[in-house]
Design a binder for this molecule. Structure first.
Ligand SMILES: *Cc1c(COP(=O)(O)O)cnc(C)c1O
Length: 235
């Protein structure tokens, strides 16, 4: 993608965030943009970084490590937003600033152990299965508290909030899923007032506005910024 195309797209996304914030009567700086760069080349990331974007989300570990190496000179914040395989936890813990997709005890323990040698704790979001779909990743809402306590008891992890990838079955269902995640975070904040629970990671290209209306503080935007992706199997 050319720099110019990226600039146009980036400004459109900023505009959409601003419009959604205004409609929801929220301050514009209450929502951060996470640029989801999976399958896209390091040069696209560099171009967006030139425009002032600092936070990037990646789903596939090896691809992310390759791009991080290419962009080593840049001061970027890396978020891991893909499914976590337990044999990848060490490299995830050591090469990312945030992980959005923590959803089971074993992963919490392994990330904590692997992060131990790093100076700062790893920022963690717990992924919640807001649609209660049996095949999907994410902890069931009923099992959330146990996992929250596990993360809070991990000295090398800093629990920052919750994340979801709701099924876009219908607009009503999406809104209900966003509201559920927001209310789960509100309950946690009430229960753990000392914790730094400031992040609600929800909203992608298709549901940015309803997610912001429901209280999202971090929208994860891929397609609207970088264009359509070629499926992995066809690359
Ligand atoms: C790919 C991806 C996104 C970005 O999705 P778009 O619809 O392209 O904006 C956001 N979050 C997660 C977890 C993803 O895997």
């Amino acid at each position: 993608m050319t720099s110019n195309d990226l600039q146009v797209r980036y400004h459109a996304v900023c505009q959409a965030i601003e419009t959604a914030c205004r409609a929801a009567q929220r301050p514009i700086d209450s929502v951060r943009l996470l640029a989801v760069s999976k399958t896209k080349p390091a040069e696209d990331i560099a171009r967006l970084a030139d425009l002032g974007v600092r936070e990037f989300g990646e789903n596939y570990l090896q691809e992310a490590l390759d791009k991080q190496a290419e962009l080593r000179d840049r001061d970027l914040i890396w978020h891991f937003i893909g499914h976590i395989q337990s044999n990848k936890t060490r490299e995830i813990a050591q090469n990312f600033d945030w992980v959005h997709t923590v959803d089971r005890r074993k992963i919490v323990q392994r990330l904590n152990d692997a992060r131990a040698h790093c100076a700062t704790p790893l920022n963690v979001l717990i992924q919640v299965n807001v649609d209660d779909a049996p095949t999907k990743s994410g902890v069931a809402p009923t099992d959330l508290t146990g996992l929250v306590e596990e993360v809070m008891d991990s000295p090398h992890l800093q629990l920052r909030g919750l994340m979801s990838i709701p099924d876009p079955v219908s607009e009503e269902a999406l809104i209900a899923s966003h509201q559920l995640l927001a209310s789960l975070l509100a309950t946690l904040k009430h229960r753990f007032p000392q914790a730094m629970l400031d992040t609600l990671s929800m909203g992608m290209t298709q549901d940015l506005a309803p997610a912001i209306a429901a209280g999202s503080t971090c929208v994860r935007i891929g397609t609207a910024l970088f264009g359509q992706r070629t499926p992995r199997s066809e690359r």
